[in-house]
Unconditional design. Structure first.
Length: 94
């Protein structure tokens, strides 16, 4: 009928490799439970950046500006490395 969108994880879809897998395997494929892929230092930096965004509108604006100018617009802190997150936090003074 053409009106219904295809399911998110179809066979042959790149995403099916992760999302079509059982939950435990998805966690392993994606590098652990949530942010940082099991790296506690990276997880802490991700949480600090998220906290800056949530607690201060100016912090959120600063993060978005940093992402747009230096990170190709990718605003999810868990998609960046520790050095990048530390650079933002140092520049922001957090």
């Amino acid at each position: 009928d053409g009106g219904a969108p295809p399911p998110m994880a179809m066979v042959g879809d790149k995403r099916a490799g992760v999302w079509g897998a059982p939950a435990a395997k998805r966690v392993a494929i994606m590098g652990g439970m949530g942010m940082g892929g099991g790296d506690p230092q990276l997880a802490d930096l991700v949480n600090r950046v998220k906290s800056v965004q949530k607690s201060d509108p100016a912090g959120k604006e600063a993060w978005w500006s940093f992402c747009d100018s230096a990170l190709g617009g990718v605003k999810d802190p868990s998609r960046h490395d520790a050095a990048t997150l530390q650079q933002f936090l140092t520049q922001y003074g957090a």
